[in-house]
Each structure stands twice: as C-alpha cells, then as structure tokens.
Ligand binder design. Structure first.
Ligand SMILES: *[C@@H]1O[C@H](CO)[C@@H](O)[C@H](O)[C@H]1NC(C)=O
Ligand SMILES: *[C@@H]1O[C@H](CO)[C@@H](O)[C@H](O)[C@H]1NC(C)=O
Length: 444
C-alpha cells in the first residue's frame, strides 16, 4: 500500500514529500505495534502493586509478584482497608468483617444449618487447624491485633494457614479487631517469608512469631485486655446459617458434628427460647482425641479426661451434669437430647448451639472475667431452657490445674466484677425477673 501510494505521489509530487510520507507511515506502524505490545503486557502483568492503597497510607501487600507470574496475586488478597471498618459502641475498638473469606464459606453456609463462630488471640490461633479438621461446616473466626506489628504477624499467619491447609482455605472466614489507641496505620505482608514458612510445623512457627512479637519492650502486649466479647459478637454476626455454635478456638468439636447436627436440627425439639448444650471435657495431652462418646467415657474413667475446668472453676460447666450425661448406656448414635439443665447456677458457662437471636455478649466486659457467663446469665433470666445433647461433645487439650493468676489478670477480673454490678441491675430492669436472687444476695 505504501509503495503504491508512494509511486502515485512520486509521479505527481516531489521526492521530499514522499520520504516524509514514508516516515509518517513507519511512525504510525511503530506506534500501533508498540501500543498493542503495551496492551498485551498490561493484560498479563498482575495488577498487584496497587491493590491496597488506602488514601492516606499507601500499602503494598504483595511486592514480589512481577517475578513469579504463575502465582495469581489474589492468592494474597485481603479485604482490609484500615481507614474503613466499624467502631464499637464505646469507640474503643475497630472491627473489620470478612478480611479473608474461605473459598467455600458462602456455599457452606447454604449447605449446613450450623456455623461455628469462634474467637482467638494470635497465641492460640493454631487450634483452628484441628477445629477445621473436625468441623466440616462454615467457620467464622474473629481475631485481634494489639498493634501494627502484631497485625502484620496475624495476617502473615492467616495467609500461612490458608497456604498450608485446604480446609481452612475453604471453610474459614476471618474477621479482625484492633484497638483505637494502638490502631495500625498500615499493614504489610512479607510474601517472601510467607513462601518460605514450612507447612509441617504450624505450632512451632506460631511460637516463633509470637516470641518475636513479645521481645524487648513489647511486654505490654500480653497484659493488654483482650476484647473477647467484641470478638464473639463479630464472629457470631458473620455466620449466615440459622444456628450458631459459639466456642473459643481451643474448644475442639467431636468429629462429624456439623453433619449430625444437620439431621438433628431438621426436626428441632425446641422452637422457643432454648439452647442446646454440648458437654465440654478437658483431655490429657498424651491421649488421642476420642473418636466417640464411649471412648471419651473410657478416658474419663481412667482419669485422662474430665469435665472442663473441673479443678479450676467447677461452676463453669457443673450444671451440665456430666454424671447424668455419662450414665446413659447403649445410646443411639444419632444426636438426641440427653437431659435438660435442671440446676442452673450463676457463673455457669456452657458452649451451646442456638439461633443467633440470643442476647449479645456484653462489650463492657473486656479482658478476663464475666465475659461468657454474663451472657449465659442473661439467657437464663430471659427464660431460656438449656438442653444437653448427646453423644456429641467438645474437648479442650490439657488437664487444667489451679495456678496462681498473674496480677494483671486478677485486676481485669476485679474491674469486670464491678461492671457486673451495673450489668445485673440492667438485666433486672430489662426482664423484671431475678430467678437467682442476684439483686438481694451478694453472690458475685
Ligand atoms: C469408639 O471408638 C473406639 C476407639 O477407636 C472404637 O474401638 C469403637 O469401636 C468405637 N465405638 C463406636 C460405637 O463407634
Ligand atoms: C444430675 O442428675 C442427677 C440424676 O438425675 C440428679 O440427681 C442431680 O441432682 C443432677 N445434678 C446436677 C448438678 O444437676
């Protein structure tokens, strides 16, 4: 085409014009080709360096992705813009929902009737591996970062868990709480370190990371009140199923519980104000997790398992009535109600399954003391009935013995005891009932 045009022009116009024409055409062709190359390049270069750039504090989450193109950058996608989030009612904490969502979390919420809602500090978060191994339904996990440095570690470890454990990658939705005072301004995930972390030793790696975090001037970290109830509410509210099973992360459900609960809840025996209690045991570290109730009772008879907190704080689970639960022989394997709780007492704090219409966990209780039992107390005053299920159960690793509490923990407990005085008055005002005579006696 060029040549034809050029020949035509050559016959009419002078040589100089023709050269100019040639140069323009070449430039045009060059620019076109260059443009196409750029477009192609843009299509194949992962757009990762700009993915998380909140307005004030730019943040690069995955810096190294230009070099290894086979890894899609959204492997490390975090739905976390620190300049957003929700404040709690006292403006003390900021909450972020669904910072990472399990690949099948949404589907699992449709498939199952119960979602396991749980909360964990960084120290204990490795327990989620065993939980996700036993619980096939959706899991909503809220966690906490006390500082920017801790946030980076939390994120690194969550991504590590997702890298190494398919169940966690599929089932768990993670949520985050940070404090106002030490609010992180930015975060950073070291992708090179993440790639290097060895999948065979999740507990060891976590201990190592925590040790790094606690070194030197960071001792304040362990004493900082941990906002348990904020985390519980956050985990609960992000479940999408009809029923919620709220636990702490180190409470391990017996295997296959989610499926058998689905069958049981097809035809729930209680429809009003009631909750299904799952008995909790503590296990000697040397035994294997019992595969069934028979085996759990065998361990209990040998002193290798016992009701949770039996020696530390007996009221914690006592009203569940373990002797009654253990006494039923030749039980059907399907989930059924073993017995109702008949001797509810103040400070009882069972783990239970209920629709998430139960009262929230009161967020005035921060740190240790009165966090879970105050909520269960409100349920009781509100008229909830507690029904103990069998043959399912949960376990906590380690036989707990009474140790002297560190002073900071005693301090938190005392502060919460004072808060409880106000709380119980509000509960009395709300329900106009005082079934445990809390307003007249001095039980707390
Ligand atoms: C319970 O577990 C034990 C130990 O693994 C096993 O021997 C037993 O057959 C199981 N019992 C039932 C009823 O499944
Ligand atoms: C446990 O159940 C037994 C038998 O029904 C009953 O006698 C006992 O009072 C109950 N204990 C508690 C703590 O509920």
């Amino acid at each position: 085409m060029d040549r034809i045009k050029c020949q035509i022009s050559r016959s009419n116009i002078n040589q100089g014009t023709c050269r100019l024409w040639n140069i323009s055409i070449s430039a045009l062709v060059f620019l076109t080709v260059y443009n196409i190359m750029l477009t192609v390049r843009l299509m194949y270069v992962p757009n990762c360096t700009k993915q998380y750039a909140p307005i004030q504090k730019p943040k690069i989450i995955y810096q190294k992705c230009d070099n290894d193109k086979e890894k899609p950058p959204d492997k490390y996608f975090l739905n976390l813009d620190l300049s957003l989030g929700r404040w709690d009612n006292r403006l003390k904490y900021k909450l972020y929902d669904n910072i990472i969502v399990g690949d099948k979390y949404v589907v699992l919420n449709d498939l199952y009737k119960t979602c396991l809602a749980t909360q964990s500090s960084l120290e204990k978060i490795a327990s989620i591996i065993e939980v996700a191994n036993h619980w096939n339904g959706p899991i909503s996990l809220a966690t906490f970062a006390a500082s920017e440095e801790e946030l980076n570690t939390v994120l690194l470890y969550i991504l590590y868990l997702r890298k190494c454990d398919t169940r966690i990658k599929e089932r768990v939705a993670f949520h985050l709480v940070v404090t106002r005072e030490r609010r992180p301004k930015m975060y950073e995930v070291d992708s090179v370190k993440l790639e290097e972390l060895d999948c065979d030793n999740p507990v060891g790696i976590l201990q190592h990371l925590v040790k790094d975090l606690n070194r030197g001037a960071n001792k304040w970290r362990t004493k900082l009140p941990y906002p348990q109830n904020h985390l519980r509410n956050l985990a609960r509210k992000n479940c999408q199923t009809k029923y919620v099973f709220l636990t702490d992360v180190d409470i391990i459900p017996s295997k296959g519980m989610a499926e058998s609960l689905d069958v049981f809840l097809d035809n729930p025996e209680c429809r009003g104000r009631c909750a299904y209690v799952i008995p909790t045991y503590e296990l000697d570290e040397r035994v294997l997790f019992p595969p069934n109730k028979t085996e759990l009772i065998r361990l209990a008879n040998k002193g290798l398992a016992r009701p949770f907190h039996h020696k530390v704080f007996i009221y914690n689970q006592y009203a569940t009535n373990f002797s009654r639960w253990q006494s039923s022989v030749n039980e059907e394997p399907d989930i059924h109600i073993s017995h109702p709780v008949t001797n509810f007492e103040f400070l009882y704090e069972p783990f239970y399954i209920a629709p998430d219409t139960v009262p929230p966990h009161d967020e005035r209780f921060i740190g240790y003391g009165y966090t879970r039992n105050s909520q269960v107390y409100e349920m009781f005053v509100a008229g909830y009935e507690f029904l103990v299920l069998s043959p399912i159960f949960t376990c906590h690793w380690g036989l707990q013995v009474k140790r002297s509490r560190p002073p900071w923990r005693e301090h938190q407990n005392n502060l919460n005891r004072k808060q409880f005085d106000g709380f119980k008055k509000e509960i009395f005002a709300r329900y106009n009932k005082d079934p445990l005579n809390m307003m007249t006696s001095r039980k707390t």
